[in-house]
Design a protein around this ligand. Sequence first.
Ligand code: HEC
Length: 209
Amino acid sequence: MSNNPHDPNSKLDVKDDEKHLLLDHSYDGIQELNHPLPSWWNAIFYTCCAFATGYFVYYQFLGGATLRQEFTQSYAKVLVAQAEFKKANSAFNQEHYQAIVADGGVKKGAMVYEVNCEACHSEKGKGDIGPNLTDDHWLLAKGTPGTVYNVVFNGSEENGMPAWAELLAKDEIYQAVAYVASLKNTFAKGGKEPQGEKVIETSETVVEK
Ligand code: HEC
């Protein structure tokens, strides 16, 4: 007799130490050994079943938050944090600005500008979708860091200037402002035509510069 399973005359070859595993039934002459699942496998399986039951009951019957509710809760926190940030930072802080400028703010601001502003204001503030930032005409700001800060922080969204308070870190805004302030009156070649009103430097704007 062979051990070939396709041979109708084959017989199960049961080793001596496996005899106790042989089940006492036989289907058309086929017998099997009982190899129970390893206990670690069973442990994982039953743990998953218990977890799934708890999960189902908690979320179906005990008021577990849905994804939408969790989102609404987290989003409400974001809105509160945003409102707090706006309240705390909406006013231009001259001392902080000077500290930023002293810390290489103009150079860092140039990088912030390149990534966030250049798409609309073109390279070096020449102006494109957004106005020329290198001339002495201003639509919303007056060329001083404080007025530029207000525009950058709050934006002019109905006209396409984003409110950067929601998009950039506070220091990045100050750096961008330092860079924009450094462009003022550099009259870049090939810049967009002046828009808004000409701002004549007063003692106040000179002091702020
Ligand atoms: C999606 C386009 C867009 C981007 C990006 C953008 N701006 Fe503007 N920006 C505008 C437009 C448009 C205006 C004019 C808004 C108006 O007329 O009310 C403007 C106006 C301004 C003004 C006021 C200019 C003036 O004449 O008073 C400043 C300053 C300014 N942007 C700085 C920035 C800085 C800094 C960044 C990057 C952090 C930036 N902008 C990114 C479109 C943009």
